[in-house]
Design a protein around this ligand. Structure first.
Ligand code: GDD
Ligand code: MN
Length: 389
């Protein structure tokens, strides 16, 4: 690859488009049987004029790293293995590590099981150069592409539903991306702001498109191949991780978080009413029953809020501390509401209904702001340290 020939006489060097170099980032988890074939296909695909390096980011428990090191001996380009002691963020976390280690102008991310045809690597980069794009997605859903290798009707249905839901949640950010679930794409290094990324599981393209905003997007069709060896590492647990990832992305802004907070709060009526029904059926007086049932709603809200809204802000306090503060705020809300309504009616002459609506809205906003500030805000020292970093 490092054969340098003198420019052909008569050919103006400036006329030859600068191809840009590429770093291929491959996340691997127990893929030893696929490595040799993958590296051979990459070798056959990447022309000598396109400088290339391959970075494997590995979380394997088998001998994949050793297999990679051995196979690298036969490669005409540099091959690196970053083996992680802890698989933080799973597949997406691995890809971000690889992106940080990449030195080329272009980064191509692809799976290690040969489902993504390496023959497309030069085309992804060339398309990006031609379209002056920051991101080029290999898509199964444009003409010429297909998802032939997606095993079984179940996976196809899930994949379709997930694509639809995701596009519906991010219509603007995903404009021009027909396949936001794809794990095969090229991104310009300058278009990645690694420090804003919070990768969680498989959908790293979605993470990049929503948080990094890579600018102009192009697409290239591809046929999703059959896995060469081994089996998919995707599990039902990975499906839940995806839903959490979606929730985290969608509630990144305070306004969106407040809407989420309200929806979760409304869903808390269900356990609250069920609890009330059960307790009164057991013969509990309705006043203690109300109070107890309300705690059920509070617990439900706390669980959902922790999982979906403040996942990445839980570390500042211990769980019991958070739960205590959250419960205190929720109950203060109840205790406050009645005197507030009395004030609005008695002092300001409002009708009972608008006064109740206003009091509900006010205590809701107070509760949201209080939860953000008193339960999940990083403590002062921490925030100063982060700002300095
Ligand atoms: N480092 C690391 N850590 N790699 C992982 C991990 C992990 O925790 N989990 C999976 N991988 C690697 C696998 O070894 C493989 O190289 C690649 O990530 C994709 O994993 P698969 O398990 O083969 O995924 P899939 O075929 O079910 O799904 C792929 O195709 C989907 C449809 O395009 C992925 O690319 C998905 O992101 C994609 O949505
Ligand atoms: Mn696969």
């Amino acid at each position: 690859m490092s054969e340098h020939t003198a420019p052909t006489p008569g050919l103006d060097a400036a006329e030859i488009a600068e191809p840009g170099a590429v770093t291929v980032v491959v996340p691997t988890f127990n893929e030893s049987a696929n490595i040799r074939r993958l590296l051979r296909l990459i070798t056959e695909s990447v022309p000598a004029r396109l400088p290339c390096e391959v970075v494997f980011v590995d979380d394997s428990t088998d001998d994949t790293p050793e297999v990679i090191r051995a196979a690298a001996q036969d490669c005409p380009f540099p091959v690196a293995v970053l083996h992680r002691a802890e698989p933080v963020g799973g597949l997406g976390g691995a890809v971000v590590e690889g992106i940080k280690a990449a030195t080329s102008e272009w980064i191509v991310v692809m799976d290690g099981d040969c489902q993504h045809p390496p023959s497309l690597i030069p085309e992804l980069v060339a398309t990006g150069e031609r379209a002056n794009a920051g991101l080029v997605v290999a898509s199964r859903y444009i003409e010429g592409g297909s998802r032939a290798g997606l095993a079984g009707g179940y996976r196809v249905t899930v994949s379709r539903g997930a694509t639809w839901l995701t596009k519906a949640l991010f219509p603007r950010r995903l404009h021009g991306i027909s396949d936001p679930m794809s794990g095969f794409f090229a991104i310009r290094r300058s278009a990645v702001s690694a420090e804003v990324l919070k990768p969680l599981g498989y959908k790293i393209l979605l993470e990049l498109a929503v948080r990094s905003r890579p600018g102009r997007v192009a697409e290239v069709p591809f046929v999703f191949q059959d896995r060469f060896a081994g089996e998919s590492k995707s599990t039902a647990q990975e499906g839940f991780r995806f839903l959490r990832h979606l929730a985290g992305l969608r509630t990144a802004s305070p306004v969106a978080r407040m809407v989420g907070f309200g929806l979760i709060g409304a869903s808390g009526f269900v356990p609250n009413l069920v609890g009330l029904w059960a307790l009164t059926a057991l013969g509990t007086h309705y006043v203690p029953a109300e109070i107890l049932a309300n705690q059920l709603g509070v617990a439900w809200n706390f669980l959902l809020i922790e999982q979906l809204l403040f996942r990445d802000r839980r570390a500042h306090r211990r769980r019991w501390d958070r739960l205590g503060r959250f419960a205190l705020l929720a109950n203060a809300d109840l205790v406050l509401r009645i005197p507030l309504i009395a004030l609005l009616v008695g002092r300001f002459g409002m009708g009972a209904l608008p006064a109740t609506a206003l009091a509900l809205a006010m205590t809701f906003v107070l509760r949201f702001v209080g939860t953000e500030a008193l339960v999940y805000l990083p403590r002062r020292r921490g925030s100063r340290a982060r700002r300095a970093a």
